[in-house]
Design a protein around this ligand. Sequence first.
Ligand code: AKB
Length: 321
Amino acid sequence: MIKKILVTGSSGQIGSELVMALRSTYGGKNVIASDKCANASKKIKSSGPFEQLDVLDKDTMGSIIDKYQIDAIIHLAAILSAVGEKNPMLAWNININGLINVLELAREKELKRVLIPSSIAAFGPTTPVDNTPQKTILKPTTMYGVTKVAGELLADYYVSKYGMDIRGLRYPGIISNETLPGGGTTDYAVAIYFEAVKSGKFECFLSENTMLPMMYMPDCLKATIDLFHADFNKLKNHSDFNVGAFSVTPKLLAESIKKYMPNFEITYKPDFRQAIADSWPNSIDDSCAKAEWGWQPAFDLDAMTQDMLKVIEEKHKQGLI
Ligand code: AKB
């Protein structure tokens, strides 16, 4: 039984919400949040332990594991695609050396479980774009994607070489309303909702028909926690599960917003992130996740849009954004 979980990157888009969801199940003191940045949110700091941790600092990570008697790590700290293209060596260093520190400490200290995130960025322009299979061509053209493929391979190596319990999933773009994403290509799909509420208009950095797989945060938390709890013996795949919810273009997202805000306006000014998006799939075949651990998303595009606008409008009324 897992009793104490360390989450790295806990102040990020997924980490900030995943820590709170895990604490509601495991108890506040049993989920140790950690981030490179010392300024965690009040919510995170007041509901359980928080440690400042640079994932490149293996000694400090080891001391935290000992201090709290950690038996599982959910390793979210990473550099995303757009920042990774601006600074490829930073992406390689954090994403690969940070992961190696996690895997080596998990091996040395005999931790019970590790969960690592991969991404649709593991795919590249030669991968089949529609209903992209679980097992397919992995030849990404971004440094972020290169680190994701290497990370999947490393994690699977530790499973087969050392018999360790390591799982991971290929996140699509994640849309949420609590912590803004930082440095990704799918970030437009979050910014569009905030700008719709604040100003009624949005200039998109991807072109109107750029189709990408996306997922609403409640489904992302569900996927992460369900895979974390899955019976390891029933998993045929390990660190690279495709998970899908819906696929959308900026134009379709804008049309969904217009159903609830008819005056919303969108314009397009593609930048360097267009080439990144163009190298990723349109849609994902997640039948292995469905068969092996029962994955099932709950939100489609319009259900998400209604919820996003409700929450963000409330924040706007309260002067929080
Ligand atoms: C990004 O856009 O870089 C991430 C991802 C799809 O992994 N959101």
